[in-house]
Every structure is written in structure tokens, then in C-alpha cells.
Unconditional design. Structure first.
Ligand SMILES: Cc1cc2nc3c(=O)[nH]c(=O)nc-3n(C[C@H](O)[C@H](O)[C@H](O)COP(=O)(O)OP(=O)(O)OC[C@H]3O[C@@H](n4cnc5c(N)ncnc54)[C@H](O)[C@@H]3O)c2cc1C
Length: 273
């Protein structure tokens, strides 16, 4: 099986701040990590390789510093890691990102053989749209299985998964090639082994720039290919809640009705009486 895992390097969300003047994220000095969902995607790919053989190729599109994220994926066991980077790709929204990643996956297939499965995270910690996985699937004409919580079986050219829905689980089967977007519940991410860390330290990620995609449509990449406009970003206001300790259910009920919670929950005054 040839599995491609899409990973994005993101700022550690516990350290994120917003420039109140420009409304943009302040990334300087913020440590970067591999998007957590993508590590679960990589783990799923490594487990499939252990069961069925084959190879795992990791692809990221991002600035040169994303090389660090790729080395981490090598330390965990990926066979190869590709950095798709070029100033011309910069400023991409999800439309342009999924276009370039789809082209990179086609190139990975030309380089290492046909791709059976593409795995992406459910969403990223920073952009958070959850659009890139489905965008890639549409562009490559792949079946897409989103919100995957468990890979039940891969038998021949069929894959069966459990998808988490708001009100339950759905078991879905489709043919390969396919694309999955995965949840954290799918597995526990392994730790890097010492040989893995040594391999990662020696590894130089493969770099593809615009020049490596002679047929790419330059009107669909980077800022030019990105119609999304972010009109405003802000940090949600943290509401300070007054804590009052009451004794007994009647007092608790009364105290609850003294807040605006019943109104926010849509409860009627009759219910309170
Ligand atoms: C030079 C350069 C600079 C960039 N700078 C930034 C930047 O400052 N901020 C920023 O957010 N983005 C940057 N990007 C990347 C790109 O703009 C975003 O990745 C894209 O908009 C993703 O949106 P999202 O975070 O909502 O993804 P979602 O749709 O939430 O992501 C879902 C899943 O798709 C996959 N995925 C998403 N993005 C990528 C990616 N880039 N590479 C591989 N897999 C991916 C992951 O598996 C992820 O879990 C840059 C790209 C380049 C080439």
C-alpha cells in the first residue's frame, strides 16, 4: 500500500496571541508543533503499513521551517517526507492549498507508485476549517471518508471505517483509492524510537518548489488563487462568573434563575416558577 499523509506545522495553540491592530495571529516566538490530528493520521498509516506492507509518504506545504515537522514524522517511521515550498505558494487559503497538495500527491504517485490512501487530519489547530482534506479528495476524484474514528479493515481494494457522527457511529465501506480525515480517537500516537530519532537527524526532506510542477496553473496558487478574505479575528472574551455557594436544592434553583442562564437556554418563566 502507498499511503500519503498530509501534515501541517501549526503554532502551539496554548501560546497563540492575536495582534489587535491587524487582527492577525502573532507567530513570532511561538513554538511550532505538528498539527495533533495529523500525528494520528500518520500513526494510522504506520499501522496499516505494518499490517499490509508498502510505504508511507508525508507531504506538507508550508514555509522552509516546516522541515522540522517533517523530521518528526521521519523519527516516527515515515519512509519519505516532502516539503512543498515556494514564496509563490505563500498566502494560500484552503482552495489553493488543496489544489497544490493534490498536485503534490499526483507527483508522489509518479515518483513512488500509485497512491492507495491519502490521510489528513480532521482540522488544524490554527486555520481550523477542515476543508483541505475534502478539497484534495474532490480534486483527485477520491472517495472521501471524513471524521474517521476507527479503521475496521482493509481487505483487497476495499476499506471499512467507523465515522463519528453527532448522534452515533456510521460504518462505511468503499473502494481504494480513498481519502480519510481522522479524529484523535482513532489511535494513540507512538513515541519516536532512538534509531528513528537518529534517522530523522540525518534525513534531508525532499523539497518541491513551483519549478517542480511544470504544468501547475499559477492562477490557482498562493494569494492569487485564494479568494478567501478574513474580515476580522479576535480572542473570545472570557466571561467572569461569580461563584455563590448555596445550601439546598431550592436555593440552588433560585440562584440559577437569578442568572441569565435560563434565558440563554431558552427556558420559560413558567418553568422557573
Ligand atoms: C510559503 C508558505 C507559507 C504559509 N504560511 C502559512 C501561515 O502563515 N499560516 C497558515 O495557516 N498556513 C500557511 N501556509 C499553508 C496554507 O495556507 C494552509 O495550510 C491552508 O490554508 C490550510 O488551512 P487550514 O489550516 O484551515 O486546514 P484544515 O482544512 O483545517 O486542515 C485539515 C487537514 O488538511 C491537511 N493540511 C492542511 N493544511 C496543510 C498543509 N499546508 N500541508 C499539508 N497538509 C495540510 C492536514 O492533514 C490537516 O489536518 C503556508 C504555505 C506556504 C507555501
Amino acid at each position: 500500500m502507498h499511503i500519503v499523509v498530509c501534515v501541517k506545522q501549526v503554532p502551539d495553540s496554548r501560546e497563540i496571541r492575536i495582534d489587535t491592530k491587524t487582527g492577525t495571529l502573532i507567530r513570532e516566538g511561538v513554538p511550532s508543533i505538528v498539527n495533533p490530528y495529523d500525528l494520528h493520521g500518520l500513526e494510522a498509516a504506520l499501522q496499516l503499513r505494518e499490517q499490509h506492507g508498502g510505504r508511507v509518504t508525508v507531504i506538507t506545504m508550508g514555509p522552509p521551517m516546516a522541515e522540522k515537522a517533517l523530521k518528526e514524522t521521519i523519527s516516527l517511521g515515515a519512509d519519505d517526507a516532502v516539503l512543498v515550498t515556494d514564496r509563490k505558494f505563500g498566502g494560500a487559503d484552503t482552495l489553493a492549498t488543496s489544489y497544490v497538495l493534490a498536485e503534490a500527491i499526483r507527483k508522489a504517485a509518479d515518483t513512488w507508485g500509485p497512491v492507495d490512501l491519502v490521510i489528513a487530519g480532521k482540522q488544524t489547530l490554527d486555520g481550523d476549517t477542515g476543508q483541505v482534506g475534502p478539497g484534495i479528495a474532490c480534486r483527485l476524484g477520491l472517495q472521501q471518508l471524513t471524521y474517521v474514528e476507527k479503521i475496521v479493515a482493509v481487505e483487497g481494494r476495499r476499506i471499512r471505517v467507523e465515522r463519528r457522527l453527532e448522534d452515533g457511529l456510521e460504518v462505511v465501506e468503499t473502494s481504494l483509492p480513498a481519502l480519510l480525515t481522522v479524529l484523535k480517537e482513532i489511535n494513540t500516537v507512538r513515541r519516536a524510537s532512538l534509531p528513528g530519532m537518529i534517522a530523522a537527524a540525518r534525513y534531508k526532506p525532499i523539497v518541491w518548489t513551483v519549478a517542480d510542477f511544470p504544468d501547475i496553473d499559477v492562477t490557482k496558487i498562493g494569494l492569487k488563487g485564494s479568494p478567501t478574505v478574513v474580515s476580522r479575528s479576535w480572542v473570545p472574551e472570557v466571561r467572569k462568573v461569580d461563584t455563590t455557594y448555596v445550601d439546598g436544592a431550592a436555593e440552588l434553583w433560585e440562584a440559577l434563575w437569578a442568572t441569565d442562564l435560563p434565558e440563554r437556554l431558552g427556558w420559560s418563566a413558567e418553568e422557573g416558577a
